[in-house]
Write a protein of this length. Structure first.
Length: 313
């Protein structure tokens, strides 16, 4: 069998560009990967807005909030309504109408009961419900909430800790006022923080029975945070000494997690290290860091607790 050299050369010349294109696209496919976390915080904000505005525990109708329910919700952990493992959030709802005009303290009772959730109304500047007198402009109603005077229909659910990253979006909503609704704005701020990262790693280790690691830099730690530990049966907190850092607690019920002495680990590690890793281990038996394989829970084991171990990178 004789080969026609010229025919083979012409075939390769014709097919060469196609072969090169296939190889090039194959290389691109294996060289790049999609980051599934891209814009995940923004997506969470929009998913949360739909959940909150549809939740009958807070609204009278779609996107129309009930003042009394919002006042009650301010007294509990916001993440009981909606939770994302990776991110926390703060939700602010405020009417666009501004202060409520009044002529006497008695006219403000309805406003004070709705906005501040007061069970007992004590009228006057020395009480908790007052018609504020203005030298210029209209007098307006105000009430005391958490020790401070408030003069508008507004509520805040959640809190903002020391965040590593955050995003914010606003949505049009309404506030139920009898047969009508006040136009209002709902602002949702989602955040990624040291607390959300360590608590999420703890939750993932507990529920998936796999170890999870979190890497961070020392400048991402909230000021004064020395210990991560459970507070009661429902929350985990960052503590400074024996007291939790203001606002640095998160709703995480049902998970037994050991304390992590962050300051002790920092002092005991490399002085030159600025990057660290915390690993959450699901345990079936008590252990110390680093736990042995016999203490780590497997697929068929019940997780008794989660152990947090910290080391310098």
């Amino acid at each position: 069998m004789k080969f026609d050299i010229m025919a083979i050369v012409m075939f390769l010349l014709r097919m060469g560009p196609a072969i090169f294109f296939v190889l090039f696209m194959t290389l691109l496919f294996f060289s790049f990967k999609v980051d599934i976390r891209e814009n995940s915080m923004e997506r969470f904000v929009f998913e949360l807005s739909d959940t909150v505005t549809s939740d009958t525990n807070l609204v009278a109708d779609k996107s129309v909030f009930t003042p009394g329910k919002l006042s009650a919700a301010e007294q509990v952990e916001a993440e009981q309504y909606a939770q994302n493992c990776d991110f926390g959030y703060q939700l602010d709802i405020e009417a666009k109408s501004g202060p409520t005009v009044c002529n006497a303290d008695g006219e403000c009772a309805g406003f004070c009961g709705s906005v501040c959730g007061l069970s007992t109304i004590d009228l006057g500047i020395t009480g908790n419900c007052n018609c504020n007198l203005e030298i210029i402009g209209n007098d307006f109603c105000e009430c005391k909430k958490n020790g401070e005077w408030q003069d508008n229909y507004k509520w805040r659910l959640g809190y903002m800790p020391s965040s590593i990253a955050e995003t914010n979006s606003k949505f049009p909503v309404g506030i139920e006022m009898g047969d009508t609704a006040l136009p209002a704005t709902m602002s949702i701020t989602a955040y990624d923080s040291f607390l959300t990262r360590i608590s999420c790693a703890t939750a993932k280790a507990f529920y998936t029975k796999e170890k999870f690691a979190v890497r961070f830099a020392t400048n991402q730690l909230p000021g004064g945070a020395t210990t991560f530990k459970r507070a009661g049966g429902t929350h985990v907190c960052l503590y400074s000494g024996s007291d939790p850092v203001e606002g640095e607690c998160r709703y995480l019920p049902g998970i037994n997690v050991g304390d992590l002495n962050i300051l002790g680990s920092l002092l005991g590690g490399s002085i030159d290290s600025t990057k660290w890793e915390i690993t959450a281990y699901p345990l079936k038996a008590s252990a110390t860091c680093p736990p042995g394989a016999s203490a780590i829970a497997g697929r068929d084991d019940a997780v008794s607790s989660v152990l947090l171990c910290m080391e310098a990178l």
